[in-house]
Design a protein around this ligand. Structure first.
Ligand SMILES: Cc1cc2nc3c(=O)[nH]c(=O)nc-3n(C[C@H](O)[C@H](O)[C@H](O)COP(=O)(O)OP(=O)(O)OC[C@H]3O[C@@H](n4cnc5c(N)ncnc54)[C@H](O)[C@@H]3O)c2cc1C
Ligand code: FES
Length: 254
């Protein structure tokens, strides 16, 4: 249980791990995450369940650009038994055939959107993936979404993510937008889709302590109500999230 069966290091800061845990593998859905404490000295950190194989009793996580986790990533190896893995946690993403879905993620924020892209494609959607901040460091993530994306676009310095998404929304009829990444970017995209009346879900990346609703650190205001990202999220209606309040709270933990 909780044994690392496979580890692929894409860079010093990015590693993909297949972890044995039959119970998590059986119940994981797109949108779920796990709280992992790799060593007794480590805090519990949330990681998205990127993939799961009930047949093998395993699930996959990707630690991406975990700059302060570099030493930890270097010390982990196959057959290592992780002390503490809690999950699956959070609410699953509502997967159905929406039509055309634009999925946009940035840097670290891109990992939580990977299982959603896969599940939306398998449900019959046309998926347009926007991978912002495309560099050699993020290119390893492309392989995870390529088979499930009808189109993959990269933003660059010349064409910022917001401009790119605006162009896509102008060029085609979009039925749903899914966004992750830095809060200012999500806020700007949510404004852009609100004007166009396109339903938009955001996947929030909050600091978490317990992951089960006890500490309140991951709270966020949604539609004027106090919600917990670990219990009620991490997926929310982006047109109802108070991104200003969220940004203020996140500043406390930088
Ligand atoms: C629901 C959810 C799913 C996520 N899924 C992924 C994923 O699949 N892959 C991924 O790489 N990242 C994911 N994150 C972000 C991840 O939890 C960390 O923010 C990130 O990996 C830490 O990177 P860092 O070492 O650069 O730490 P920094 O951001 O520099 O933070 C320093 C230290 O603070 C602690 N810390 C940072 N963020 C958190 C956090 N959210 N909760 C508790 N402690 C934290 C860690 O000890 C970290 O080393 C997710 C976050 C959430 C809320
Ligand atoms: S992490 Fe403690 S309430 Fe969500």
């Amino acid at each position: 249980m909780n044994i690392i069966r496979k580890i692929v290091r894409h860079s010093e800061y990015t590693a993909e791990m297949v972890i044995e845990n039959p119970s998590i593998a059986r119940s994981a859905r797109a949108g779920h995450f796990v709280m992992v404490r790799f060593t007794p000295d480590c805090p519990r950190i949330p990681f998205t369940i990127v993939d799961a194989s009930p047949a093998d009793g395993t699930f996959t996580i990707i630690i991406h650009k975990g700059a302060r986790l570099a030493d930890l990533i270097g010390s982990l190896h196959e057959d290592y038994r992780i002390g503490d893995v809690l999950g699956p946690l959070g609410q699953a993403f509502e997967i159905r055939n929406y039509g055309t879905v634009v999925c946009c993620g940035d840097g670290v924020g891109f990992v939580p959107i990977i299982p959603v892209i896969k599940a939306l494609k398998q449900a019959g959607n046309r998926v347009v993936t926007i991978l912002s901040e495309f560099t050699s460091e993020t290119s390893c993530l492309r392989a995870n979404v390529e088979p499930y994306s009808d189109v993959i676009l990269h933003s660059s310095e010349e064409m910022a993510t917001l401009e790119l998404i605006d162009r896509v929304l102008t060029d085609e009829k979009v039925d749903l937008t899914v966004i992750t990444g830095p809060t200012p970017m999500m806020k700007a995209i949510a404004e852009c889709t609100r004007v166009r009346q396109i339903p938009t879900r955001c996947i929030l990346n909050m600091v978490m302590l317990d992951g089960v609703g006890l500490c309140g650190i991951c709270r966020v205001m949604v539609d004027g109500k106090r919600m917990l990202t670990c219990i009620d999220g991490p997926v929310f209606d982006a047109h109802h999230v108070d991104f200003d309040q969220l940004q203020n709270r996140q500043r406390h933990f930088v």
